[in-house]
Design a protein around this ligand. Structure first.
Ligand code: PDD
Length: 286
């Protein structure tokens, strides 16, 4: 089915949507993005994604393409016209184009480009992958130093997923100075003696919207949390592990670099957090 997408103020069939070949998102990866999940036809944590989008834009001195209310309307309209019950909404804002290629930013009155499209994913909440758990490998983290800004520089994360695939795994965790930063497209956690351990927020990792919600819910459920660095060896020796992201919620990890965690099936804390997160997110969805 041809999707209806949103490009710079217009709703169009995906086959008719265009942007300039001079767009800085295309030429320079001068662009930021958000991925928001849809469950039961409603948006999960729209507010969190809108706030992070604003932060990413501000950090790069990029103009806001529209107000938060307009953004919400666009999200809702795309969900409706594309009849999405479970899936994702991808949003990208670029610095636009002034009709040529130049390293220097275009003048401040250059209009940003805004694109949104939906991805229909029936069964997203009830995913068989989450029931099985993911296998991850570790790779060196060679990304740039501002990973807190959600830019579209996704070549290395894509290569990481390909390295994982080639190794017969599902994903990769990245390592810097001996410590795990995050997954290619998710935040990383280990559990030892019932305690959830995850890297604290800094410029080294994306400030996950799912991370924030899951840590709040874990605290409310009286679970113990420690925000600190951890090594891949510590992770391999953990009782369980998991990742969080808007596209996979809470995903149990059952194997790291070939080392099985626990009995090789999703851990109790990861499973419980996935349940709580899905329940609470559905209740708060708009
Ligand atoms: N990725 N870390 C990285 C590097 C990510 O790309 C993502 C999200 C996360 C988790 O953030 P959140 O909980 O806000 O989704 C952490 C999205 C889903 C993607 O690129 O498709």
């Amino acid at each position: 089915m041809t999707r209806t997408v949103y490009v710079n103020g217009e709703y169009l069939p995906e086959t008719e949507a265009t942007i300039s070949i001079f767009d800085r998102g295309f030429l320079m990866a001068d662009a930021v993005y958000e991925v928001t999940s849809v469950l039961g036809g409603k948006l999960i944590d729209f507010e969190g994604h809108a706030v992070r989008l604003k932060r990413s834009l501000d950090e790069l001195d990029m103009a806001e393409p529209c107000t938060k209310d307009e953004l919400l309307d666009i999200h809702r309209k795309l969900v409706e016209v594309n009849d999405i019950d479970e899936g994702l909404i991808y949003l990208q804002v670029t610095r636009g184009s002034d009709g040529d290629r130049d390293f220097v930013f275009p003048s401040a009155d250059t209009k940003p480009t805004i694109v949104l499209f939906t991805q229909n994913k029936p069964g997203l909440a009830d995913s068989p992958a989450a029931q099985k758990g993911a296998k991850v490998i570790s790779i060196e983290d060679i990304r740039w130093g501002r990973r807190d800004i959600k830019t579209v520089q996704l070549l290395y994360p894509s290569m990481g997923k390909m390295m994982a695939k080639a190794a017969g795994a599902d994903d990769a965790w990245m390592i810097e100075d001996g410590y795990v930063t995050e997954g290619t497209s998710n935040n990383a956690y280990i559990v030892k003696y019932g305690k959830i351990i995850t890297r604290p927020l800094s410029n080294d990792i994306l400030h996950g919207i799912t991370r924030k919600a899951v840590l709040r819910l874990a605290e409310e459920a009286q679970m113990e949390i420690e925000e600190r660095l951890f090594t891949i060896d510590e992770a391999k020796d953990a009782d369980e592990a998991f990742t969080t992201s808007a596209s996979a919620f809470v995903m149990p990890v059952v194997e790291i670099d070939g080392a099985q965690l626990g009995n090789g099936t999703p851990g109790t804390i990861a499973k419980r957090l996935r349940e709580i997160y899905l329940d609470e997110s559905l209740k708060a969805a708009i």
